[in-house]
Design a protein around this ligand. Structure first.
Ligand SMILES: [Zn+2]
Length: 273
């Protein structure tokens, strides 16, 4: 791949990095990333991945922009109120970087469409706000053999990790840490519990860095590590996570062998497990 003059200028600060270079930038321009949720996490994710020149960004979201979103969902603006989030996000991405193709999937992620949706992409980033989607995406990415970079936020706290249990036995999946969704009502949603907007920005930005690292194959992967951010304490903790041999998905005797259990899921809760 050869760069045009404006691309050399646009990506100059990437190209000068030894770990990225022209080759790495070309790789990004050929990469396809699916982002689930164009909200608090999805906003910084999409903005930074677009600016970085990730060639294709797919966005899954069935919601429309509302006033209470604008406190943290910085990809959307006041004049986009009432507009589908995928459309509002696509507009912002195009305004930042015309190199990026955007695929709008204005729908909810379901057991029926998940495998098909992720199949067209190299990597998946979870910016969703509920456990149902979080577990569904973990299972779908395992079966579909896609690396999943997943973040979660609530109040002043955030979590982030990368899951690629499909790739090797030594790597955990989300269910190795959190076996199944908590009972409905146990953990408040962001709407109930609140969220400091800037915490969404911090976690979404960290998430975009991990996505770029995975695409480029540089640095230490967060696979096998859960990064926990406590904004009030101003601390980051790294917790090592091991694959669980009794995990119902990626363990030695899996009981989840397809996405059918998600067909029955009804209740929704949002946030950090
Ligand atoms: Zn597992």
């Amino acid at each position: 791949m050869s760069f045009g003059e404006s691309q050399v200028e646009r990506y100059a600060r990437h190209i000068i990095l030894q770990e990225v270079g022209g080759q790495g930038q070309a790789k990004l321009l050929e990469s396809k990333v699916l982002i689930v949720g164009a909200g608090g996490l999805g906003s910084p994710l999409l903005l930074y991945l677009a600016a970085a020149g990730v060639g294709m960004l797919g966005i899954v979201d069935d919601d429309r922009v509302s006033l209470s979103n604008l406190q943290r969902q910085v990809i959307h603006t006041n004049d986009a109120l009432g507009v589908p989030k995928v459309e509002s996000a696509a507009r912002a991405i195009k305004a930042i970087n015309p190199d990026v193709a955007v695929m709008c999937h204005e729908e909810r992620l379901t057991a029926e469409n998940a495998l098909n949706l992720i199949s067209a992409y190299d990597l998946v980033a979870d910016g969703s706000d509920n456990f149902e989607t979080r577990f569904l995406l973990n299972d779908a990415c395992y079966f579909g053999r896609k690396t999943l970079v997943s973040a979660a936020i609530l109040r002043f706290d955030g979590q982030l990790s990368t899951y690629k249990a499909y790739a090797a036995k030594g790597q955990p999946c989300y269910r190795c840490i959190f076996r199944e969704p908590p009972p409905p009502g146990l953990i408040p949603s962001c709407a109930e519990g609140g969220i400091l907007g800037a915490v969404a920005g911090s976690m979404g930005s960290l998430q975009s860095t991990e996505v770029l690292k995975e695409l480029l194959g540089i640095g230490e992967s967060l696979s096998g590590t859960l990064l926990i951010y406590d904004a009030l304490g101003a601390t980051f903790r790294n917790v090592r996570i091991k694959p669980d041999p009794t995990c119902p998905l990626c363990g030695d005797n899996p009981t989840i062998t397809d996405l059918s259990s998600h067909l029955l899921a009804t209740d929704e809760v949002c946030a950090v497990p």
